[in-house]
Design a protein around this ligand. Structure first.
Ligand code: SAM
Length: 388
C-alpha cells in the first residue's frame, strides 16, 4: 500500500521524494489568486532542494518576473549526504562551469541564485540562474543555510520527511512565511497541533484527499504497489496522506462550510450513522458531542464538537475555533474523566471476552449498547460566532 511506503520512508529516512511541477503550480496559484502580490519584492529561499531534480527551482525561476520576485535562492544537500546517491552524474550545467570541481560536487551542497537578466535576452528566467558550491554540505541546520533563512522572506520546499518537525521549528524560530509539504500525521505531533490550534500554521488549499506522485531516484528500491516508470525511465512513487502546511493566507480558509442544523442532520443526513437518530452521541470522557463526518457538523450547536482530523482540510478560522484534540495527556483541559487501569482492563474484557487492556485515555470514548467504544482521532472545535 502506498501508505506503508511513507511509513517505510520515515523509518528508513528515505528523503528523496521530488515534487511534481503541477502540484507546486496548483498550490502556489491558490496563494496568488488570494493575493496577487504575495511574492512581490520578496526573497524566496528553497532549501533542501536539488535543482537537478527539483521542480521548485524551475517553477519559481520561470515565474520570477510574473511574481515580482526580488531574489530566488535555492540550496541543495551534498550528494554524499544523501542516502540514494548511487549512479550520481553531474549535469552538463555543472560540469561546463569553469569552477567545476569533482570533489566539491560530491562533498558540498550547492546554491543557485536568480536576481536579474544575466543572459541579456530581456527576461529573467531559469537560464539566468547562477550557481556556486556552498562552503558546507547544505544542511538546513548549518550556520551557512541559517544565514540565508534569516535573509529570506518566504521559505518554500518539500523538506526531508524524517526531519519535518525540526524543519518547521527551524522556520518558525526565524519568524518566516512558508509553504512546505509534509505528512497529514504531522497534524497530531505535539509540536504541530498547538500551532494549528492558534492559527499560526494551517493546511494549504490544493491537496485535501487522495495520494500524490513523487519522483524518486533511479536507485530507489521500490517493492510495493503505487509506483511506475514513465517512458523516459523516470521512477515515481504514489504517497498517501500528504498535505501542504503554510502560514500564507489563501481563499479556502475564508470559505465557510455549508452546514445543516442538528435537527435537519438527524432527519436528512446522508450518513446512516446520523440519520434517524434521536441525537448526536456524547462522549463518556469529554463534554462534547461526537461528529463522525465533517459535513455533519451541526450549524446550531454551541458546545464543543469532536470531528475527524480531515476537518482541517475544510477549516475556516472565521467559522470555527479549534479548542483541542483527543490525546493521552489532557493538554487542553477538556477531559471530564480519566479511566483507571482496572477500567481499561474491564472494558477490554467486556468487549473482547479475554484479558487485555483497552487504552481509552488517548481517544474519545462512546458508550454503545453498554460497551465502551473508542472513536478515531478527533479534533475538538466550536462555532466561533454565537449562533442566532
Ligand atoms: C523530500 S526531498 C525534496 C526535494 C525537493 N525539495 C523537491 O520537493 O523536489 C528532500 C531533500 O532534502 C534533502 N535533505 C535531507 N536531509 C537534509 C538536511 N539535513 N538538510 C538539507 N537537506 C536535506 C534530501 O537529500 C532531499 O534532496
Amino acid at each position: 500500500m502506498a501508505n506503508s511506503n511513507l511509513t517505510e520512508a520515515q523509518r528508513a529516512k528515505n528523503d528523496e521524494f521530488y515534487t511534481q511541477y503541477a502540484d507546486i503550480e496548483k498550490e502556489i496559484s491558490a496563494y496568488l489568486e488570494f493575493n496577487p502580490d504575495v511574492f512581490r519584492g520578496k526573497t524566496l529561499l528553497l532549501p533542501c532542494d536539488d535543482p537537478e531534480w527539483s521542480n521548485f527551482t524551475k517553477y519559481f525561476a520561470q515565474n520570477f518576473e510574473r511574481f515580482g520576485l526580488k531574489k530566488l535562492v535555492s540550496t541543495s544537500y551534498a550528494v554524499e549526504s544523501k542516502k540514494y546517491k548511487s549512479g550520481y552524474q553531474p549535469t552538463l550545467f555543472e560540469t561546463r562551469a569553469p569552477y567545476y570541481d569533482d570533489v566539491k560536487t560530491v562533498k558540498n551542497g550547492k546554491i543557485f541564485t536568480l536576481t536579474h537578466d544575466r543572459t541579456g535576452d530581456r527576461k529573467v528566467d531559469v537560464d539566468d540562474l547562477e550557481w556556486q558550491y556552498l562552503e558546507g554540505d547544505g544542511d538546513f541546520r548549518s550556520a551557512e543555510i541559517k544565514k540565508m533563512r534569516d535573509e529570506a522572506d518566504v521559505i518554500i520546499t518539500n523538506p526531508p520527511f524524517s526531519l519535518f518537525r525540526e524543519f518547521l521549528a527551524w522556520i518558525l524560530e526565524a519568524g518566516k512565511q512558508f509553504v512546505i509539504i509534509g505528512n497529514m500525521n504531522a497534524i497530531t505531533y505535539k509540536e504541530v497541533f498547538p500551532l494549528l490550534k492558534e492559527n499560526k500554521v494551517w493546511l494549504g488549499p490544493s491537496i485535501s484527499s487522495g495520494d500524490r506522485e513523487f519522483q524518486v531516484p533511479d536507485s530507489y528500491p521500490i517493492n510495493a504497489a503505487g509506483w511506475r516508470i514513465d517512458e523516459n525511465g523516470t521512477k515515481f512513487l504514489r504517497i498517501k496522506g500528504v498535505r501542504w502546511f503554510t502560514n500564507l493566507d489563501h481563499g479556502r480558509r475564508h470559505q465557510p462550510l455549508p452546514l445543516m442544523t442538528m435537527a435537519d442532520n438527524l432527519k436528512y443526513s446522508k450518513h446512516k450513522e446520523i440519520k434517524g437518530k434521536q441525537s448526536y452521541d456524547r462522549y463518556d470522557n469529554y463534554d462534547a458531542i461526537e461528529v463522525p463526518f465533517t459535513d455533519s457538523i451541526p450549524s446550531d450547536y454551541e458546545g464543543v464538537m469532536g470531528v475527524p482530523i480531515s476537518f482541517l482540510d475544510k477549516y475556516s478560522p472565521d467559522q470555527f475555533e479549534i479548542v483541542g484534540r483527543c490525546e493521552n495527556e489532557d493538554l487542553y483541559h477538556l477531559k471530564t474523566k480519566v479511566y483507571t487501569s482496572a477500567e481499561c482492563r474491564q472494558a477490554y474484557f467486556d468487549k473482547f471476552g479475554e484479558k487485555g487492556t483497552y487504552d481509552m485515555n488517548s481517544n474519545g470514548v462512546l458508550l454503545v449498547d453498554g460497551l465502551f467504544e473508542k472513536t478515531y482521532q478527533r479534533v475538538f472545535i466550536k462555532h466561533r460566532k454565537a449562533i442566532k
